[in-house]
Design a protein around this ligand. Structure first.
Ligand code: UDP
Ligand code: MG
Length: 320
């Protein structure tokens, strides 16, 4: 069986368009399939639309989360609920073309455990998003222990073995791109052109993306922490030189009272540097704090596997 995993957050108008494109492609594959749709706490008619789609196509499985947990958690929920030998993650807005799915499956049958889809053309994404994304990948990959491939989103196929490996990772704050890269496995890339959104607007504001980037860097690198040791050494050495110069000058020329400007500059500069260092420490301590609470990554209100009688049915969503 092949599982499609797709997170939906306020994608009401996109549900119908998504099903109309994805279902015929899946049927053409001549292989059993399921479409695991995660309703990530949508406040619009997404859930109703998903249930309507399920009545049309019993292969649709609806996992309803108790609130909005974010895309990373929604994807984790989908991966946990998927039962296929291969799992394909795809966005609901058709920015990842479903027509690429047969190619992904083909490569998987060819023996690859991970098939990545690379955006060879992202012109539909806007200049700002593309340039900040490039900057993020450069920075992340120069300091992270496990580089993440550039221009690769969450659109990918994973073998069951990869999925089981991912499920073993215990962290609560899940930066999926990094986790995908961390588990490894035999990987191949196929290219595609990123389409425009089918309906609705992006769910990621600039502020959300910034926090997402921080999450990625702190989850996969301790470089920002270690940086302070080296910066401290450099500043201490400069201070030693400057201090020695002042002592020598005082011994030769006597006490020279003025020094207000240099004193104030040094205090302000070092105060700023220390606050930045504290802030970086705070980023990591905050994450340690969150991890130690061991809260679940997501909470499922109900899971409806449609017409599949063998499946465990937590609650029928029709009753919710
Ligand atoms: N998404 C989600 N939860 C969120 C935000 C987004 O499940 O809190 C889903 C959204 O419904 C879509 C996918 O993540 O299927 C990608 O979101 P979007 O298209 O807004 O991101 P972009 O393509 O602009 O990066
Ligand atoms: Mg999108």
């Amino acid at each position: 069986m092949i599982s499609i995993v797709c997170p939906f957050f306020n994608e009401g108008p996109a549900v119908g368009l998504f099903m109309a494109r994805v279902i015929p492609i899946m049927k053409s594959l001549d292989e059993p399939f399921e479409i695991v749709c995660i309703n990530d706490g949508s406040t619009d008619r997404t859930l109703t639309e998903l249930l309507a789609a399920q009545r049309e196509c019993p292969q649709v499985c609806v996992v309803d989360l108790s609130r909005n947990f974010g895309k990373e958690a929604a994807m984790s929920a989908g991966i946990d609920h998927a039962r296929g030998e291969a799992v394909i993650i795809i966005d609901a807005d058709l920015q990842d073309p479903p027509e690429l799915i047969p190619t992904l499956v083909d490569r998987w049958r060819g023996g690859y455990e991970v098939v990545l889809a690379r955006r060879s053309d992202r012109s539909s994404d806007g200049l700002m998003k593309r340039s900040t994304a490039r900057l993020f990948y450069r920075l992340h990959n120069s300091i992270a222990d496990y580089p993440i491939p550039e221009d690769i989103g969450d659109f990918r196929l994973m073998d069951r073995a990869v999925v089981e490996a991912l499920k073993q990772l215990p962290e609560r704050r899940r930066f999926m791109k990094g986790l995908f890269a961390w588990v490894g496995f035999r990987t191949i890339t196929v290219d595609y052109v990123r389409a425009a959104r089918s309906a609705g607007t992006t769910k990621f504001s600039a502020w959300k993306l910034w926090n997402f980037a921080l999450e990625g860097i702190t989850a996969f690198s301790t470089m920002p922490l270690r940086l302070w040791t080296y910066l401290g050494i450099v500043i201490a050495m400069l201070s030693l030189c400057y201090g020695s110069a002042i002592v020598v000058r005082t011994l030769i020329f006597g006490i020279d009272v003025p020094g207000y400007a240099s004193l104030l500059t040094a205090i302000l500069f070092l105060g700023g540097v220390q606050l930045i260092g504290l802030g970086v420490l705070g980023e990591y301590i905050g994450r340690i704090y969150v991890e130690t609470k061991q809260r679940p990554v997501y909470i499922v209100r109900a899971c409806d596997r449609g017409a599949d009688p063998a499946a465990s049915r937590t609650t029928s969503l029709d009753q919710v």
